[in-house]
Ligand binder design. Structure first.
Ligand code: CA
Length: 228
């Protein structure tokens, strides 16, 4: 079996060259191709640990491709796209992408996002985590307990459900729709203001400085991200 690689599907040769150089500089093995068809062939032939995907490709739409991949491959998908519209980001994330970078982005930002996705990629044979530590906070899902510097933090049932939904996918951008559906149910997917209120509750209770959150991050116009 080959060494795990990062696959880049991007039709602009110049961008492929830049991204490859940046990733190889960090010691990653990189595969690249310019079409969805070739990308799919690589995914079947190689061990791919992360997919970097452009949305505008000559042989199809990247968002439909993400949806198709999600049923076959559990790998993280980081979208690299010139499309900056929030609606496009949301469509890509709801289709199953894990994160999104809008061109132009810096090499440093790209590498940080790549590392974040590889950290959260599920390890083979790993069991579902039930204990989390971030900052001064400890969460034990089995005990349903949340502590801060060892003291119990009281969360309402909604706050606790929101916390669990965010902890379930650290590093991933979670859309409003995803979180509303997970916490309140499908009938509430348009109620973004609920999220604003309850995310602010979590920040008040769990962040050192709720005005400058380090863990419960806003993805403007798209949703939220939990960062350990
Ligand atoms: Ca393109």
């Amino acid at each position: 079996m080959s060494e795990p690689a990062i696959l880049l599907i991007e039709d602009e040769a110049q961008i492929r060259r830049l991204v490859r150089a940046a990733l190889e500089g960090e010691g990653f093995r990189v595969l690249e191709c310019g079409t969805l068809k070739d990308g799919l062939a690589q995914l079947h032939a190689e061990t791919v640990q992360l997919l970097l995907l452009d949305l505008g490709l000559p042989d199809g739409d990247g968002i439909a491709f993400i949806r198709e991949l999600r049923t076959q491959f559990p790998l993280p998908i980081l979208v690299l796209s010139a499309r900056s519209a929030e609606g496009e980001k949301i469509r890509a994330l709801d289709a199953g992408a894990d994160d999104y970078l809008t061109k132009p982005y810096s090499t440093g930002e790209l590498l940080a996002r790549v590392r974040a996705q590889l950290r959260r990629a599920p390890q083979e044979g790993a069991t579902a985590e039930t204990q989390f530590r971030f900052g001064d906070i400890g969460v034990d899902l089995a005990q349903r307990s949340v502590t801060r510097r060892g003291e119990t933090v009281r969360l309402t049932p909604i706050e606790y459900r929101l916390l669990c939904a965010m902890l379930a996918e650290p590093g991933k951008v979670l859309t409003y729709r995803h979180l509303l559906s997970a916490v309140w149910g499908k009938a509430f997917v348009e109620s973004n203001h609920y999220l604003r209120i309850y995310v602010s509750h979590l920040r008040q209770k769990l962040e050192d400085d709720p005005a400058q959150p380090k863990h419960f991050l806003t993805e403007t116009g798209v949703g939220y991200r939990f960062q350990i």
